[in-house]
Design a protein around this ligand. Structure first.
Ligand code: ATP
Ligand code: MG
Length: 381
């Protein structure tokens, strides 16, 4: 069996690696070059996108910002999984908010701004601290502007004046003072069965995910239940098939959905060693109509992103339970180059392993790690 993935980055690469043992071959589409490539070597394959779509059993996506004509081509073949509307919902914050509202799922108080005249009204009515997000093509905190004081207004007006807001509106969101960021990754199959992983706790630095801990610490049964209910409602509303990721803010006992990603997710990479079936295999199973795999966790896992850095000691894999995943990309500032999964039997043991890991890594690229290691070590022995 063959699967075609729109996007040829690390997520397609990890899908390929997870699909091989199932006897499934994965091809990727570099959507910028509009070429079918090998997901590992990125070498161009001698086939057109049209041919590849006709040749595979399923077409899926590693990211939501796929040109609409390509999604349309795949949708028309009847092979696009998840469906086009679900992918477009993840690609467009306006559509996303609409689905959240109509599914009655708590999300950030917000306004849609499609005309710069509406800016003052949003600031007056949403509160004194706001985040403006481009409704399309944003990721890793790009396409976002913060308003924290009236002095910020001229800078924002200047930035927004060059945007065509009637085509790509902004979403103005109240800046929430949440306790922490968590995510729920799960899969839904074509029969409507769902299988979710444990909730991950996500640590961001300058708008980028740096560390995920799964299962998140200090979760109670109500939060787990609420998160699962949110997942089920969203997945059903989107008639979703595949792995779906839901990013949430936790405020006390309340969960607020920040955004959804219609795909495997960076905050689910921990499942490669920390769960029975990793998210990449699970996605393949779901889209191909295979039975969903067990999502049970093995111990506790930390996923540490390697961002903008290639110089560290590969000897880190000598730490028991420590695994390196390298994406083979050219170095750029702030670019995700790879990640490390560390599995341990307890939070305390995980904290100790992260302290060891720090000895192999240049500290300036891992600004959150030491504090998190110390916190985990204080939890349980
Ligand atoms: P990514 O690709 O990493 O998911 P993104 O560019 O899609 O990021 P968001 O997830 O919406 O953007 O925002 C990035 C980060 O900014 C969030 O993880 C959170 O830390 C912060 N943030 C976003 N919205 C709000 C909000 N309304 N209040 C407070 N912080 C927020
Ligand atoms: Mg996000």
């Amino acid at each position: 069996m063959k699967v075609l993935v729109f996007g040829a980055g690390q997520l397609a690469q990890m899908m390929y690696l997870a699909a091989v043992p199932l006897g499934v071959e994965v091809y990727a589409v570099d959507v910028n070059a509009r070429e079918v490539v090998n997901p590992i070597t990125k070498q161009k394959l001698d086939m057109s996108i049209e041919y590849a779509v006709s040749d595979v059993s399923v077409v899926t996506a590693e990211f939501e910002h796929v040109p609409e004509d390509l999604l349309g081509l795949a949708e028309k073949s009847g092979k696009l999984t998840p469906n086009m509307a679900a992918i477009l919902t993840g690609a467009d914050r306006v559509r996303e908010k609409r689905v959240l509202q109509s599914s009655d799922i708590a999300n950030c108080p917000h306004h849609i701004i499609d005309n710069i005249e509406q800016l003052n009204n949003s600031i007056a009515s949403l509160g004194d601290k706001l985040i403006f997000k481009a409704s399309r093509d944003g990721y890793d905190g790009y396409g976002q502007w913060r308003y924290t004081a009236p002095e910020d207004l001229p800078k924002l007006q200047q930035a927004f004046s060059s945007l065509d807001l009637s085509q790509v509106p902004l979403v103005a969101e109240k800046m929430l003072n949440f306790d922490r960021e968590i995510s729920l990754i799960g899969a839904r199959d074509a029969q409507g069965n769902t299988a979710c992983y444990e909730i991950a706790e996500n640590l961001h630095y300058e708008g980028q995910l740096h560390v995920s801990i799964a299962p998140a610490t200090a979760l109670n049964a109500k939060i787990k239940q609420d998160a699962q209910a949110i997942f089920d409602r969203l997945a059903n509303a989107l008639s979703y098939v595949g792995v779906l990721s839901v990013e949430m803010f936790q405020m006390g006992e309340q969960l607020i959905v920040n955004e959804i990603a219609p795909r495997v997710h960076n905050s689910g990479h921990w499942t490669q060693k920390g769960a029975d079936t990793c998210q990449f295999e699970q996605h393949m199973r779901a889209v191909l109509g295979f039975p969903l795999g067990d999502t049970q966790t093995h111990g506790v896992t930390a996923m540490v992103n390697i961002i903008g850095c290639t110089s560290f000691s590969r000897e880190l894999i000598s730490i028991p339970g420590c695994h390196l995943h390298w994406y083979g990309k050219e170095l750029r500032a702030k670019r995700k180059m790879g990640h490390i999964n560390v599995v341990a039997p307890s939070y305390f043991a995980l904290g100790e392993k992260l302290m060891l890991l720090l000895e192999y890594l240049p500290a300036e690229y891992f600004p959150l790690l030491e504090k998190e290691a110390i916190r985990l070590k204080s939890l349980d022995a």
